[in-house]
Design a protein around this ligand. Structure first.
Ligand SMILES: *[C@@H]1O[C@H](CO)[C@@H](O)[C@H](O)[C@H]1NC(C)=O
Ligand SMILES: *[C@@H]1O[C@H](CO)[C@@H](O)[C@H](O)[C@H]1NC(C)=O
Ligand SMILES: *[C@@H]1O[C@H](CO)[C@@H](O)[C@H](O)[C@H]1NC(C)=O
Length: 387
């Protein structure tokens, strides 16, 4: 009798536990939906600028959004003179400040290239890192430059030449964001990954353990054949986006420039906070088909989000995917953000502890009707349908 009663009580408790778990899971089921989209920059009628490209997006220390792009003055080429333009939103993307130029590369013959934005949450500083003379067009030495903002992106410092510390090996940061390590190994470290020239190439990270005062290089994931002229199907990891996982490892998701092994993304994990990108930790993610492009990646509360033009041959079909198991597999369901021409993208979210901020991510991407360089578009995505 007593045992029977205990069993009954236990089974009631168990069913409550099961019920609560089921309810939790269904509430927490990720089912993203685009709730807002607006164009931040347009190619047509923009006066002194020919083309806007390479959009970066970050949340700031004070919980605002910052969108940063290359404003290409004369034409749409990667090389050539540019401004860096920014817009800032203090209401989670509903309205934006007018576009302003924060850098003019007028003194650099080859122009600048973006770039990586990284927030030091311990010191409330935003760093923006870009390159000069990456294409060796009318110049022979490339430089890695950095500006910083201590007032949430309202104003920026004079540029600092990081090549004085890093050396003059070509390094194109991002495009996308860098991270500050939240967990060991390397808690507090700033990590910004990028790629070298096509000949030397490979992906490597630059790191700072003192809040951006001194920077040093990590070990590269090298291209093959290293330091030799490449052919199609050779291994060239290019334009990476990195995220930190909850176990402190870093996942780097890179462009597969010449489609080695697959028309899909190159993934490499760093287990030492970005110091090395070991070949043992390399794989190809066949689900993440890709036309060779810079993509968006974000880790939010243990869920990985990924955006790219999901097509093996052409830059179109900008798609959001998500993974609940650290990228081992991706949910079959996807969200198509834009069926047409779309190229580079970048994802961010707010991490304020404010409950509303758990429910949204934000994407910025290159969007067009005929060509993806026509506009830069901002999208707000609600993660949980019906909430
Ligand atoms: C940055 O420093 C490097 C190394 O000293 C130098 O070669 C390069 O010219 C500098 N770049 C600029 C823009 O001053
Ligand atoms: C768009 O992406 C989805 C997800 O990868 C894929 O199933 C679909 O075939 C793609 N469509 C086009 C036209 O590329
Ligand atoms: C997801 O897609 C894969 C590959 O097409 C398939 O094997 C699997 O059964 C699908 N899973 C679900 C839950 O539909």
């Amino acid at each position: 009798m007593e045992t029977g009663c205990r069993t009954a009580v236990l089974s009631v408790i168990l069913s409550i536990v099961v019920f609560v778990r089921v309810c939790r899971n269904s509430l927490a089921e990720i089912d993203p939906v685009v709730v807002e989209e607006l164009l931040l920059w347009e190619k047509e009628g923009m006066g002194e600028v020919n083309t806007y490209r390479i959009p970066l997006l970050t949340s700031t220390p004070n919980g605002n959004l910052l969108a940063i792009v290359e404003a290409r003055k004369m034409n749409s080429d990667d090389a050539g003179s540019k401004f860096i333009a920014q817009r800032r939103s203090t209401d989670r993307g509903a309205t934006w400040s007018p576009s302003s130029f924060i850098i003019d590369d007028v003194t650099s013959p080859d122009g600048l290239n973006l770039g990586s934005v990284v927030v030091d949450h311990e010191k409330n500083v935003i760093f923006l890192i870009y390159t000069l003379c990456f294409h060796f067009n009318k110049c022979s030495t490339s430089s890695v430059m950095m500006i910083e903002s201590k007032n949430d992106g309202l104003s920026w410092s004079e540029p600092r030449n990081l090549s004085l510390q890093l050396g003059v090996e070509a390094f194109a940061p991002g495009p996308g964001f860098g991270i500050q390590k939240r967990y060991d190994p390397g808690k507090g470290r700033l990590v910004v990954c990028g790629h070298g020239t096509i000949e030397d190439d490979g992906v490597f990270c630059i790191l700072s353990d003192d809040h951006g005062i001194t920077w040093y290089k990590g070990e590269p994931l090298r291209s093959i054949p290293y330091h030799h002229k490449k052919k199609t199907l050779d291994f060239i990891p290019d334009e990476p986006q990195l995220v930190e996982m909850l176990d402190g490892s870093i996942i780097v998701n890179a462009r597969n420039q010449y489609k080695y092994h697959c028309k899909c993304r190159v993934i490499v994990r760093s287990l030492d906070g970005g110091l090395t990108l070991p070949i043992e930790e390399l794989y190809f993610d066949e689900t993440l088909i890709d036309p060779s492009v810079a993509a968006g990646l974000l880790q939010k509360e243990g869920v990985l989000y990924f955006t790219n033009p999901s097509n093996t041959n052409s830059r179109e079909n900008l798609t959001l995917r998500w993974s609940l198991n650290n990228g081992e597999s991706w949910k079959n369901k996807t969200v198509q953000i834009w069926p047409g021409p779309s190229c580079y993208s970048c994802i961010t979210s707010m991490d304020t502890g404010f409950i509303q901020d758990k429910k949204y991510i934000y994407v910025i991407y290159e969007k067009g009707q005929k060509n993806c360089d026509e506009t830069i578009s901002f999208v707000k995505i609600r993660l949980y349908a019906g909430h």
